[in-house]
Design a protein around this ligand. Structure first.
Ligand SMILES: CC(C)(COP(=O)(O)OP(=O)(O)OC[C@H]1O[C@@H](n2cnc3c(N)ncnc32)[C@H](O)[C@@H]1OP(=O)(O)O)[C@@H](O)C(=O)NCCC(=O)NCCS
Length: 190
């Protein structure tokens, strides 16, 4: 029987809870959000260099009110989103947004890392662990990541995690008064 979306989300959340320790590695741990993350989320996400290649669903400027909504509501309702914890501090977010109906076996991955921590392999580790997590329940078969064309660091992270370029949607994105191509990277559950 085809699983209902709510069943799938429940199973993923249960997986994330049960395997929170197993998902920790030498640098980071992926975990749920706490109220105590609101300060670090606000501090790190309120950065133009983070927002410029993210969907505008993530606001900029990013206020304490935005972080509070994310911790209490957004991170729970929109998919499976986890805090990237480095030595007890939330230094970024990684998550998957579920498709629905005929797209129920597809999901989209998204992520950001605090700028102070770029270039240390944290993005790669977080995307790799979340990819494993998304594929672990044997339901999701396709994970996609839409990347704005100037965002070479993100493309490199995806390549290191085994994603490949599927399509380039020319001038699909208009943000900050400029058109950009959208590069769609994909990985399939084998
Ligand atoms: C994209 C992002 C998540 C990368 O995180 P990170 O922790 O710095 O990533 P890693 O350190 O694991 O890897 C970065 C890789 O990109 C490479 N890189 C960085 N800048 C680059 C550039 N301008 N051109 C090409 N490669 C670049 C690094 O050299 C590294 O590759 P390497 O290990 O082969 O040397 C981070 O820059 C970020 O949060 N950006 C803002 C939000 C965002 O764009 N999110 C993704 C939306 S699709």
């Amino acid at each position: 029987m085809t699983p209902r979306i709510s069943d799938k989300m429940y199973a993923w959340r249960a997986f994330a809870r049960q395997h929170a320790f197993a998902m920790s590695r030498k640098m980071i741990e992926l975990r749920g959000f706490f109220d105590s993350d609101i300060g670090s989320l606000t501090r790190h996400a309120n950065n133009y260099n983070i927002s410029r290649y993210m969907t505008s669903r993530m606001p900029y400027p990013y206020t304490k009110k935005d972080a509070k909504w994310w911790v209490e509501t957004g991170s729970k309702e929109l998919g499976l989103y986890l805090a990237i914890d480095l030595a007890g501090e939330c230094v970024g977010v990684v998550g998957v947004r579920f498709g629905q109906l005929e797209l129920q076996y597809s999901a989209e991955i998204g992520y950001w890392i605090a700028e102070d921590y770029w270039g240390k392999g944290i993005g790669t580790e977080a995307v790799s662990k979340m990819t494993d997590c998304a594929f672990s329940d044997n339901k999701i078969v396709r994970l996609a990541a839409p990347v704005f064309s100037p965002n070479k660091a993100s493309m490199r992270v995806l390549e290191k995690c085994g994603y490949s370029l599927e399509a380039i949607h020319r001038k699909a994105v208009f943000k900050n008064d400029a058109f950009m191509d959208e590069h769609v990277f994909v990985k399939f559950h084998s």
